[in-house]
Write a protein that binds this ligand. Structure first.
Ligand code: LER
Ligand code: MN
Length: 280
């Protein structure tokens, strides 16, 4: 991935191609990807993470041209909808589903290489049916990730793995267990995607987690304890801002919030938090 030469993160927002629901944490989910790109640019964001599914439905050269004209950097591709909409899972008991997940992520990595963007590994990890089978499922996940890491390395694409809260998966919930997982051999192309929502619920001390993960955080989601914009819930965003500056975090910071009270208003307030944090 190209190095950001600013000494602060790029201010970005999650955008989609349509409305996925008020309980879906994608900030801009108006009708049409282009509409959301235009909205992100009008609101003053510097970049976007694109959360769609089935990338072959898009003409990516056109999206590249649109984002260029809007002066937006595409920082990442979110893949959670591949699990939610298409049912793709790397730990499915069905080998053909695992195979489809492999092929789909190879596709994402190839598209992301055209944008110098990262690819998220989130909900598509699937889940272990029992706590007692977690080790077996994590080993399977590791085997599934290795070919993706190789492809990503060849194309110079960063993969980012997100610790996700217990109510969505039993695999890799905390920042520390995900850091440990990333130490397995062959995973050098993968870093962390941290998300303040998951960290707040899962980590014993989510501010200390940022320090412990310093240098290994490839992308960051801003989402309060209730998944709304910063300030709506219990996350201490003053402390989050301070620790991010303390560790010199300069990869993208991205709003991944419920479209509350509307897509545009939640995004506007979230961007204000980013600007205030990095102007001090
Ligand atoms: C995706 O980045 C995420 O945070 C998950 O909770 C899916 O919404
Ligand atoms: Mn997230």
């Amino acid at each position: 991935m190209m190095k950001n030469t600013m000494n602060r993160p790029l201010f970005t927002v999650s955008v989609s191609d349509r409305f996925y629901g008020d309980s879906s944490p994608i900030t801009l989910q108006e009708e049409g990807l282009k509409t959301n790109l235009e909205l992100a640019s009008t609101l003053g964001f510097e970049g976007v993470e694109i959360q769609i599914h089935t990338p072959s439905n898009y003409v990516w050269e056109r999206v590249a041209q649109q984002t260029q004209e809007l002066n937006l950097k595409v920082t990442a591709f979110g893949t959670g909808l591949e699990y939610g909409v298409n049912g793709l899972s790397f730990t499915s008991r069905d080998e053909s589903v695992r195979q489809l997940a492999q092929e789909r992520f190879i596709e994402y990595i190839t598209v992301a290489s055209q944008f110098d963007a990262a690819v998220f590994l989130g909900l598509c990890r699937g889940t272990s049916p029992r706590f007692s089978t977690r080790t077996e499922y994590l080993d399977l996940l590791y085997q599934q990730f290795l070919p993706l890491c190789e492809h990503a390395q060849r194309l110079g694409v960063l993969l980012v793995l997100e610790p996700i809260v217990f109510y969505l998966t039993t695999l890799l919930n905390t920042t520390h267990e995900t850091l440990e997982f990333l130490e397995r051999p062959g995973m050098e192309q993968m870093q962390l995607l941290l998300d303040t929502h998951h960290m707040f619920i899962e980590d014993a001390d989510y501010i200390q987690s940022f320090r412990d993960a310093a240098g290994k955080i490839g992308h960051l989601h801003i989402s309060d304890s209730n998944r709304k914009y910063p300030g709506c819930g219990n996350v201490d965003y003053t402390a989050v801002g301070n620790v991010l500056k303390e560790i010199g975090y300069s990869n993208p910071v991205s709003l991944e919030t419920l479209p509350y009270p509307t897509s545009a208003e939640g995004a506007r307030i979230g961007l204000e938090w980013m600007k205030k944090t990095w102007s001090q």
